[in-house]
Design a protein around this ligand. Structure first.
Ligand code: OKP
Ligand code: ZN
Length: 344
């Protein structure tokens, strides 16, 4: 399958994030994508294809235009205030604060458009995030053109980003942008399967009221795991979207058997939806060796995962999300694609 990639993802390189009260080097670092790229080339899993550039319209189908304008100008505003280090939000308009006007202050807008302090905004963040969306859209177009599968090696990840907020290392929701592009291209129904360790709160919130885009997510139970405030089993959609969102939270420490039991439930929902295309938010932070996650999937399970996804028999767009065991990340992603290819 074609692998959409550009080395320009390196423009986004956060310096520090908080971890247990301490500033530590960002887990979401450029080497992640470099290692994945290297493994896919080494294992000859597909041709590496440079993305095209798409107008912002496709991204505005799922993100608020004023949020995108904020992201686009954020670094210049921050730098104009005399800053040279990364921009990290430190004040948020939670319950009882005013939300009716967009504040003038950059600091206030940074807080308004984010939900955590772990997502540094750097000089190249907008360029890399836009490129990540272009990668997702390029891969989507390949599938719309008849390919069985494509892989979007986007970085930074996207599934925590909502219509008008960033967080969880994410700025633009690549999976949501791609799913919407399928719909806009004439698809009647799309399914998104999110296998990242963390709940895809942004993706869920974007499609929560819609019946055309089914969302299925298998993740660490938000009772104890990030992002805490969304991803519980009783969140099943609202209004016209009621019944089109399913979460499969699993306790920290869950291993292969629990994970694939949840996968089977998600798979039967996806089959029942009869989608025209499947978007997979592919995080491999479910790996036993991941430094910030607590599932215990072994390396061979990623082959099995790819095989099980291929067995759904759908046009499939893989989009890269998390995975922080950098040394093993490439082989685990490659295993998913190999498992898929050998079954498809
Ligand atoms: C992004 B993706 C560590 C706390 C957790 C946020 C994790 C975001 C994961 N400082 N920080 O879903 O892999
Ligand atoms: Zn994750």
């Amino acid at each position: 399958m074609d692998i959409f990639y550009s080395p320009e993802h390196r423009a986004h390189r956060g310096e520090f994030e908080f971890f247990r009260g301490e500033l530590v080097p960002c887990f979401e670092k450029p080497e992640r994508a470099d290692y994945i790229h290297a493994a896919l080339v080494r294992q000859e899993l597909g041709n590496i294809v440079a993305p095209g550039s798409f107008p912002l319209d496709a991204i505005e189908r799922v993100h608020a235009p004023r949020y995108l304008r904020f992201l686009e100008g954020a670094w210049d505003e921050w730098a104009a205030l005399g800053n040279t280090r990364d921009a990290i939000p430190a004040v948020w308009p939670i319950r009882g604060f005013r939300h009716d006007v967009e504040p003038d202050s950059f600091i206030a807008r940074l807080g308004m458009y984010s939900f955590d302090s772990g997502t540094p905004f750097t000089a190249g963040s907008w360029q890399a995030a836009k490129l990540g969306a272009d990668i997702a859209l390029s891969a989507q177009r390949r599938i719309a053109g008849g390919a069985r599968a494509a892989f979007a090696l986007s970085r930074p990840p996207g599934h925590h980003a909502g219509a008008d907020f960033l967080g969880g290392y994410c700025f633009i929701n690549n999976a949501a942008v791609a799913a919407q592009a399928f719909i806009d291209g004439g698809a009647h129904r799309v399914a998104i399967l999110d296998v990242d360790y963390h709940h895809g709160n942004g993706t869920q919130s974007i499609f929560y009221g819609r019946p055309d885009v089914l969302f299925q997510s298998i993740h660490g139970d938000p009772k104890t795991e990030y992002p805490f405030f969304l991803g519980h089993a009783d969140e099943t959609g609202e209004g016209a979207g009621a019944g089109f969102n399913q979460n499969y939270p699993l306790p920290a420490g869950s291993g292969n058997d629990a994970w694939f039991a949840a996968f089977d439930l998600a798979a039967s929902r996806i089959r029942a939806h009869a989608p025209d295309a499947l978007v997979v938010s592919l995080g491999v932070d479910t790996y036993v060796g991941d430094p910030i996650s607590k599932f215990r999937l072994d390396a061979p399970e990623y082959l099995r995962m790819g095989d099980a996804i291929a067995a759904l028999g759908l046009p499939t767009l893989f989009i890269m999300e998390g995975g922080y065991a950098v040394k093993e990340i490439g082989d685990n992603v490659a295993s998913v694609l190999r498992g898929f290819r050998d079954r498809a």
